[in-house]
Write a protein that binds this ligand. Structure first.
Ligand code: PBG
Length: 326
């Protein structure tokens, strides 16, 4: 049997019909909202490179996260911009560091909101690299100890999930060990397992003041051409004790998300990064397409590819739209 008995359009005739047969749904529960914490007081400064994103000082971040929690978004991801940078990025593990202060403020106001912290040195080092430099190289093993200290200090401040984004080998094991040894066996690790050396981080590097002062990140982040290597990275991070794994960026890597979904039975996260966010915003600002429709289509595509969790600067807007629809 074929046409005319079979007509695919029958199931598209009305909004209700389409809703009933829809295969993929984006939920507020799937979203993580990234936020930038900057040293200082009373700050809520808009970030020029990223529409509707702000630098908050630790004393003002809880206003924002309370709104995020009210929208039903389960988690925020924190990035820190310290007052001072140095060669090893020592503010990254300071007890009164910006992120550590922010976590305490957020937890005081909204204890149920999950706090995820980005564990990486690039915002804290004077070199802008994600590890310590020896003889012009980003040293893998010497960096592990620093990342572990950073993750531990986040756990001590109250983080629920630590998210290493540096791409050093062995960091998940180093972090898992330090958490176990210090009584934080309940803190989860979301590893940026398959993180590609991407041009789409551009707006973020302005926002986080974390562009490398020399060279690039290609000796630690992955080559965008590689799939099998991405699967090995994920496999290794799971063996080392990651609870959730991430593919980053999302949109140029939907095939990697799908492959990871088919191969691994853990939650898969995908990061809809700053460049993806601003590509759509720039197009919408230019009057070329509809922002909200484009946003929902992008986020749905990431879920359709197989992601369980989507990290996105669109999280608040998407949550508002989803609430209105419900
Ligand atoms: C830190 C880090 C980066 C992003 C998240 N964590 C930048 C980078 O690796 O250069 C990018 C996030 C985004 O673009 O939205 N290593």
């Amino acid at each position: 049997m074929g046409f005319p008995e079979i007509r695919m359009r029958r199931l598209r005739r009305s909004a209700t019909m389409r809703r009933m047969v829809r295969e993929t749904t984006l939920r507020v529960d799937d979203l993580i909202y990234p936020l930038f914490v900057r040293a200082g007081q009373g700050l809520k400064q808009s970030i020029p490179s990223m529409t509707d994103c702000y630098h908050f000082s630790p004393d003002r971040i809880a206003e924002e996260t309370a709104r995020v929690a009210d929208l039903g978004i389960p988690a925020v991801l924190l990035f820190g911009l310290p007052a001072h940078k140095d060669e090893t990025g020592s503010e990254a593990w300071a007890e009164d560091g910006v992120v550590q202060q922010a976590i305490r403020q957020i937890k005081k106001r909204a204890p149920d909101l999950l706090v995820v912290t980005d564990v990486c040195l690039c915002e804290y080092t004077s070199t802008g690299h994600c590890g310590v430099i020896r003889n012009g190289n980003v040293e893998n093993d010497a960096t592990l100890e620093l990342l572990a200290k950073m993750a531990l200090s986040h756990a001590q401040a109250g983080a629920d999930i630590v998210a290493p984004s540096d791409m050093m080998d062995g960091r998940v094991r180093a972090i898992r060990q330090v958490l176990e040894c210090n009584g934080f066996d309940g803190v989860a690790i979301l590893s940026y397992a398959a993180k590609f050396a991407s041009a789409f981080y551009g707006p973020f590097r302005d926002a986080a003041e974390s562009a490398p002062a020399f060279g690039d990140r290609k000796s630690y982040q992955m080559d965008p051409a590689n799939t099998r290597e991405a699967l090995r990275e994920i496999e290794l991070d799971l063996e080392e004790g990651a609870d959730l794994v991430m593919v980053k960026p999302a949109l140029s890597y939907l095939d990697i998300i799908r492959r990871a979904r088919e191969r691994f039975d853990c939650p898969i996260a995908a990061y809809n990064v700053s460049g993806e966010y601003m590509m759509l915003n720039a197009a919408a600002d230019a009057g070329l397409l509809d922002r909200d429709a484009g946003m929902m289509e992008m986020l749905t595509s990431i879920k359709r590819a197989g992601a369980d969790v989507v990290l996105t600067y669109f999280a608040k807007r998407a949550a508002e739209l989803l609430r209105r629809r419900a």
